[in-house]
Design a protein around this ligand. Structure first.
Ligand SMILES: [Zn+2]
Length: 412
């Protein structure tokens, strides 16, 4: 297959993303949550583009738009191309929609050139990835894998509307959810997405081959000392919970920095009691977020950092307890499929590097069921979840050429 020799196509992909960004719940910004009115408008326009590209379309019961580009037979093996169409509040134009529009451009190319592949392609524009409306992400990919639970469906939004009710309000039938599951003929899944981080830009590489989605531990660490008068209590007789926490927080940063293998540990929130200027702090609860692509290394880091909390507290006779909030294992991408993506990038001359994703993606929901991988595009200024989020046309061209090449290399 031929790679684009100019950037016209990339510009078109970018302007389509910018067009979709105008469909919003909040005028003047881009905010498009799960099953919101502007999602219907996005379905209409994306559906039209899908039709023109020779696809049949449907909206499944969780509100995903799905276009099917037929293979040689009705039960042909099927490739899934996925990304999401919902956004965070005040979002940029590319987190999610770029993957849908770039994938659509591949199918438009196949359709325009009457290219026959030995498999069908199903393009899924997910309705819910960001977790904004129901405080839980991936609801729509969980429906596609059949992993959505009755508890998920009973969750309520800020107006007390349940997921089931939201589905019905959108004009869909919750009883049809089983039909949202992916076809048993599906043999592979590819998600294109912006990196949403600074690594590719730092290394001047346009595209990344994702090897894994990092596992994550979130735990709260509570330091309990004793409050006392700030004027009368000498330092050596204090049990200052905040001083212990502060020493530990800098130790967390130093520990993370000393691990060059991309371990990241973050203390993002602290709660101080009584939080008064003239009182020795009695109690501090600090959040700890640790991510790594290898579960063993992440678990060791959690252990080490809790140990460091005890160390910082001991000297001050402050007590430490930890309360686990979230433990999410790493999700490896399919190695043969990632290798194929790398071969494709090399064949079209697109500089690339392997990396893992520190953020979660729909691909991690699909990966346990179907061989799945992800292609990242460089994020200028490492910026995402921000209205100034962008992509470079030459990177879109490189990702498009790579993905088109992988379509010709794939064998079901
Ligand atoms: Zn996203």
């Amino acid at each position: 297959m031929t790679a684009p020799t100019n950037l016209t196509l990339a510009d078109q992909i970018i302007s389509r993303c910018r067009l979709l960004a105008t469909f919003t719940e909040t005028p003047g910004e881009t905010t498009r949550t799960f099953l919101s009115p502007p999602m219907r408008e996005v379905h209409a326009i994306v559906g039209e583009w899908m039709h023109s590209a020779g696809m049949t379309t449907r909206i499944d019961a969780i509100g995903n738009i799905r276009g099917l580009y037929p293979g040689p037979a009705p039960d042909s093996p099927r490739l899934l191309l996925i990304s999401h169409l919902d956004t965070v509040p005040n979002a940029g134009a590319f987190d999610g929609p770029l993957g849908v529009i770039l994938s659509l451009a591949l199918i438009e190319h196949l359709h325009a050139h009457h290219t026959k592949l030995p498999y069908a392609i199903e393009l899924v524009g997910f309705s819910e990835e960001e977790g904004v409306r129901f405080s839980k992400p991936f609801l729509s990919s969980l429906a596609v894998t059949g992993d959505i639970t009755p508890e998920d469906l009973a969750r309520t939004d800020d107006n007390g509307i349940s997921v089931t009710q939201a589905i019905a309000n959108f004009g869909l039938d919750p009883a049809q959810l089983p039909q949202a599951r992916f076809s048993p003929h599906t043999f592979a899944c590819l998600e294109c997405h912006i990196e949403q981080g600074p690594i590719l830009e730092y290394e001047s590489v346009p595209i990344g081959i994702v090897t894994a989605i990092a596992g994550q531990t979130r735990t709260d660490i509570t330091f309990t000392g004793q409050s006392n008068h700030a004027g009368t209590t000498p330092i050596y007789l204090r049990h200052d919970a905040l001083a212990a926490a502060a020493e530990w927080i800098t130790a967390v940063e130093a520990y993370s920095a000393s691990h060059t293998d991309s371990l990241v540990a973050t203390v993002g929130r602290i709660h101080v009691e009584p939080n008064a200027t003239n009182v020795v702090p009695a109690r501090v609860t600090a959040s700890l977020d640790i991510r790594h692509a290898e579960d063993e290394l992440r678990k060791r880091a959690v252990h080490d950092l809790i140990h460091k909390a005890h160390h910082a507290a001991e000297r001050r006779k402050v007590a430490v307890t930890s309360h686990l909030q979230l433990e999410q294992p790493a999700v490896p991408m399919d190695e043969p499929l990632s290798n194929l993506l790398r071969d494709a990038a090399d064949r079209v001359g697109a500089p690339n590097r392997s990396l893992h994703s520190g953020a979660g993606h729909d691909a991690m929901i699909l990966a346990p069921h179907i061989p799945t991988t992800m292609l990242f595009l460089r994020s200028p200024n490492g910026l995402s979840h921000h209205p100034d989020e962008s992509v470079l046309p030459e990177d879109v061209a490189a990702a498009y050429a790579t993905a088109l090449e992988v379509l010709s290399l794939l064998t079901p």
